[in-house]
Write a new protein. Structure first.
Length: 205
């Protein structure tokens, strides 16, 4: 038969394949702890000994020196120049307290504006030449003004005064509707000038 010669030809090949299979199956694997080792095993092995822990240095805290131009306070803080007293004590923290700043003087209030009733009455007029006379300011109305009269005045302007008025705190003296003098002030005196000559005029009580 033809099958027998073919089997006879394949027999050597089958024997060789069986031997190779037995050799691979019986060969031992790499021994643990010997031969080649992985990089991780070499690193974690006993070839590298751990370093001993280093001793920690002792930290000492101390305050910083004061900045230039400042002085050190007893509690360690810094203060601005000029706040330490001659005995070394801080101003406001002991010792004699420093002087207290005085408040500025309060502004005086402006005098109250004069009223018509306060101006009504007799006044002494002092003229520029040094003479004096009497001026009476009446409360009796004269058209839109009030009646006035004079006695003993040397100047013709004052002799002709026959009316007066009070506007915006100022006294106006009139003669036939024209302004003779204009005076400012309050209380017991008024100062002003004559309208025509500009000579000074004072009314006082």
């Amino acid at each position: 038969m033809r099958i027998a010669p073919r089997l006879a030809a394949l027999a050597p090949l089958l024997i060789v394949a069986a031997c190779a299979s037995d050799r691979f199956a019986s060969s031992p694997g790499p021994a643990t702890g010997s031969g080649y080792r992985s990089a991780g095993a070499a690193t974690s092995g006993s070839d590298f000994e751990p370093l001993p822990p280093s001793a920690s240095a002792e930290v000492i805290a101390s305050p910083l020196p004061p900045a230039p131009g400042t002085a050190a306070a007893p509690d360690g803080s810094t203060v601005a120049p000029g706040t330490l007293g001659p005995d070394g004590t801080l101003s406001g923290t002991g010792g004699t307290p420093g002087p207290v700043a005085s408040l500025g003087s309060q502004p005086t209030s402006a005098p109250a504006a004069p009223t018509r009733s306060a101006v009504t009455g007799g006044w002494t007029a002092r003229e520029a030449a040094g003479g004096s006379c009497r001026i009476t300011l009446s409360s009796a109305p004269a058209l839109d003004l009030y009646k006035a009269s004079t006695s003993g005045c040397a100047g013709r302007d004052l002799q002709s005064v026959n009316a007066w008025d009070l506007r915006d705190g100022e006294v106006y003296l009139y003669s036939r509707g024209s302004v003779v003098a204009r005076l400012k002030g309050g209380g017991s005196s008024f100062n002003g000038v004559l309208a025509k000559s500009g000579a000074p005029l004072t009314l006082s009580r």
